[in-house]
Design a binder for this molecule. Structure first.
Ligand SMILES: Cc1cc2nc3c(=O)[nH]c(=O)nc-3n(C[C@H](O)[C@H](O)[C@H](O)COP(=O)(O)OP(=O)(O)OC[C@H]3O[C@@H](n4cnc5c(N)ncnc54)[C@H](O)[C@@H]3O)c2cc1C
Length: 532
């Protein structure tokens, strides 16, 4: 049997595998992706797209398409705490609709609602258009690696035929039950918090609810009963049972559970699909064994409160993408690929922690005995519970710090400048050009952000000075090593202030590698930032 050869085999066609394919293809590589599904998402999980992910999508040219995916742009994104969709109001965190949302001053993009039934096909179409080879209904049965590559045995699920692919590298984005992770013997640290269930359904909730909302978080006297989330903003919803951790499917009546949460006898409820799932927070000990890398849920799993799972995995894809491209192009150093774990493992730990804080915030601490009480004391208790829940969950809805504020300060391929990092607040992003952080956004011209300059290679920004000789030694040294590096002079006072130094060297993923007022010796700088 002839063995097909490829540079990179991506395993798994979820949001992370597809993003890895898009990122690598955007860089001119021709990855092959295999996935055992037919590519159609019939029960969406991810769907809250974070700002940083939207910035990556902007680079691939799809942020507008993601925003206009089909979600009702006029639905206010209110988060309503109540005893039922039709029930007593406890508190409401009010947010504008997608159409009325405007970007924060620190980014050209904003959050989006693009549920997976739209997200995955858009990512697949994008990856294909960029040159990735995506193959569905193919299953990886086994693999083995040696010093030169990874040999994968593939089963075609339709024809039953078996084939082999030999790749220089494999990236396993095969989800929470990753077979690759298990085969490699990689341990996960953390805990399983409980079993639960997700139900997709159609309903006329929009006609019944006292005010339009994206989410109804239903509280009863035992605590949080569950939540109903608008999936398309019209009539498609998802119910997630919060309930006891020891939930089992035995005797579970999805329609009845949803009716209890809606609390209106005349509600239309059409159950589409029911999926049990496990709420856990787990983080792998390593993201790489030899020529096999892992990304996404295969190495980090978090509770979905906040919607950080796929966003964190897409961050992995972007970090690994430019590094693998650099190594395959010949300019990436021998330590560059190791920095993938050094940089992304703490980023995942940070998301996991933020998600857990959000999860705990959903739990009312007192007053539940008066929840349905019609007296003045009951009304006061409800207001108090509502206020407590709205305050405790504020960082779940305003999570710009989680999305934009992760940084690679301790990375071996970043040159620390000794400056103090800004506070790491999940709910508030402070922009900084400190090495390791995301390079700041400043509008340069209408529609053009500083972050639109980044991506293809390293970029040296110069805010003050125009002497062509100044960067010549660095540019020449980079050319001699084949490192893609360009110089960009920026005459913009706001940008100069945001970057705080005369010179700033930005990596292909838009993070700062080095900054200063005078360039250091080029050889050692290039050695460090390329992982030589
Ligand atoms: C209720 C809920 C809501 C969520 N909401 C959000 C949100 O709003 N935002 C967010 O960012 N995240 C959210 N998440 C998390 C998000 O869904 C996951 O983090 C994300 O789907 C992980 O993507 P992935 O590509 O790593 O893995 P997966 O999506 O699990 O994809 C893995 C793919 O690999 C395939 N595969 C596995 N083994 C093989 C094999 N041997 N051969 C071939 N193919 C294989 C699988 O079939 C699958 O298609 C939510 C999760 C839940 C449960």
């Amino acid at each position: 049997m002839a063995i097909e050869q490829c540079e990179i085999l991506i395993l798994g066609g979820g949001p992370v595998g597809l993003s890895t394919a898009a990122e690598l293809a955007w860089r001119g590589r021709k990855p092959v992706m295999i996935d055992d599904t037919n590519g159609v998402v019939d029960h969406p999980r991810a769907g809250g797209i974070g700002i940083r992910t939207m910035e990556h999508f902007r680079r691939w040219g799809i942020s507008d398409e993601i925003r206009n995916c089909g979600f009702n742009l006029d639905l206010p994104l209110n988060q309503r705490f109540c005893t039922g969709v039709v029930g007593l109001e406890l508190g409401v965190a009010r947010y504008p609709s997608m159409r009325e949302t405007t970007p924060l001053p620190t980014t050209p993009e904003m959050i989006a609602r693009c549920r997976q039934m739209w997200l995955d096909p858009i990512l697949a179409k994008t990856a294909r258009a960029l040159g990735a080879d995506l193959r569905h209904r193919k299953r990886l049965e086994r693999f083995e690696q040696d010093e030169e590559g990874v040999t994968c045995d593939i089963l075609d699920l339709d024809s039953g035929e078996r084939s082999q692919i030999r790749a220089q590298y494999m990236i396993a984005c095969d989800g929470v039950n990753s077979g690759v992770r298990k085969t490699l013997g990689i341990e996960m640290q953390g805990e399983v918090l409980g079993n639960t269930v997700s139900v997709l359904f159609r309903s006329n909730i929009r006609e019944l609810a006292p005010e339009p909302s994206e989410r109804f978080i239903v509280i009863n006297q035992e605590g949080v009963y569950g939540n109903i989330t608008a999936m398309d903003g019209y009539d498609l919803y998802r119910f997630i049972m919060r309930g006891p951790n020891e939930f089992t499917m035995e005797g579970f009546d999805a329609e009845q559970a949803i009716r209890k949460a809606i609390n209106a006898p005349d509600a239309d409820v059409e159950v589409i699909s029911v999926r049990p799932w496990r709420r856990s927070q787990l983080l792998a000990d390593t993201y790489r064994v030899g020529r096999v890398f892992l990304a996404g849920d295969a190495v980090h799993v978090m509770v979905p409160t906040g919607g950080f799972g796929a966003n964190t995995g897409i961050g992995d894809a972007v970090d690994l993408g430019w590094k693998l491209d650099a190594v395959l192009s010949g300019w990436g150093g021998s330590h560059l690929l190791d920095s993938y774990f050094t940089e992304r493992h703490p980023a995942a730990a940070r998301s996991i922690n933020a998600a857990l804080v959000n999860f705990k915030g959903w739990t009312p601490t007192s007053g539940l005995s008066l929840l349905y009480d019609e007296s003045e004391a009951g009304a006061k208790a409800r207001v108090k519970i509502g206020r407590e829940l709205v305050d405790a969950t504020a960082k779940e809805w305003d999570s710009s710090g989680v999305s934009l504020g992760y940084a690679y300060g301790g990375s071996p391929i970043v040159v620390d400048d000794g400056s103090t990092p800004p506070p790491d607040d999940p709910g508030f992003y402070v922009q900084t050009a400190r090495p390791g952080h995301r390079a700041p956004h400043v509008w340069l011209d209408e529609g053009q952000s500083t972050i639109d300059l980044f991506g293809r290679g390293f970029l040296l920004l110069r805010f003050d000075g125009d002497d062509p000789a100044e960067a010549k030694a660095l540019l020449d040294a980079a050319t001699a090593r084949g490192v893609p590096l360009a110089l960009k002079d920026i005459r913009n006072e706001a940008a100069r202030k945001a970057y705080e130094r005369r010179l700033c060297l930005v990596r292909p993923d838009g993070h700062v590698a080095w900054r200063g007022d005078a360039l250091p010796e080029p050889g050692s700088l290039l050695d460090t930032i390329t992982g030589a």
